[in-house]
Design a protein around this ligand. Structure first.
Ligand code: ARG
Length: 238
């Protein structure tokens, strides 16, 4: 997982979103994380991060290599993403990095679900979401968090969000909807993952939006990655 680094108009750096490494040159994230606003411009991605507050991260005496920060060379939005559309359809973007990332035991690409090879997600299936977004304290976390949540039946989720005036399409995926068990602000762009029976992690969703956070009956909405793997494969270059 990577964390996206922004600068504000005063030149101060801050974080707002996550992303995932899909090979050593590209990061997958949400389109709404990449849109430039008056408040922020995406500049770098930070790789190998765990605890933002520490220079070197150690857990029980075992330490990670130092983080690596690389510049975003090119931001590629999905052609159908429309920042003015509140439903956040096609909330997906690729970031081409300025230099190739060296992989190690802590920095590895996530697998993508190829439509042909991967079974569709069934309702109630356990998925894992991760990020540095807001926790129960309503503040972003220094330490990367992860949470298991269940995929929501699509029809149920479509109806639920329709009641709030939001139109969901099949290339969006809902998960969660249990009290206090949710992704939240700051988790956007990060991965929602499924572990295959072989133990391999696949990225099935991208954190996109929700209604508040952790409200019972209101799942989080994710971009369904399996619907975009053709676009990803057609867009990335060596
Ligand atoms: N849009 C939020 C962000 O930019 C992500 C919100 C996810 N919300 C949720 N309830 N699952 O970080």
């Amino acid at each position: 997982m990577v964390i996206l680094v922004y600068v504000d108009p005063r030149g101060n750096r801050h974080f707002d979103c996550g992303g995932s490494l899909i090979n050593n040159l590209y990061v997958l994230t949400a389109a709404h994380c990449v849109i430039e606003t008056e408040q922020r411009r995406l500049v770098n991605v930070r790789v190998g991060e765990y605890d933002i507050s520490k220079h070197i991260d150690c857990v029980r005496g075992v330490c990670n290599p130092a983080i690596v920060e690389v510049q975003v060379k090119e931001s590629i939005f999905h052609p159908q993403y429309d920042d003015d559309n509140e439903n956040l359809h096609h909330d997906i973007a690729l970031l081409r990095l300025n230099q190739s990332i060296e992989l190690n035991g802590y920095v590895q690409p996530v697998c993508l679900p190829l439509a042909r090879a991967s079974p569709p997600i069934s309702a109630e299936e356990l998925l894992v979401v991760s990020g540095w977004g807001c926790t129960l304290k309503n503040q972003p976390s220094n330490i990367k968090q992860r949470l298991s949540i269940r995929a929501t039946d699509h029809e149920t989720c479509v109806n639920r969000f329709a009641s709030a005036g939001t139109t969901l399409i099949p290339s969006q995926l809902c998960a969660g909807g249990e009290f206090l068990h949710d992704s939240c602000k700051g988790d956007s762009g990060g991965p929602l993952m499924r572990q295959s029976y072989r133990g391999v992690w696949y990225q099935e969703g991208i954190v996109s939006f929700g209604k508040g956070c952790g409200l019972r009956g209101w799942p989080g909405v994710y971009t369904r990655v399996a619907h975009y793997t053709n676009w990803i494969q057609d867009t990335i270059r060596p």
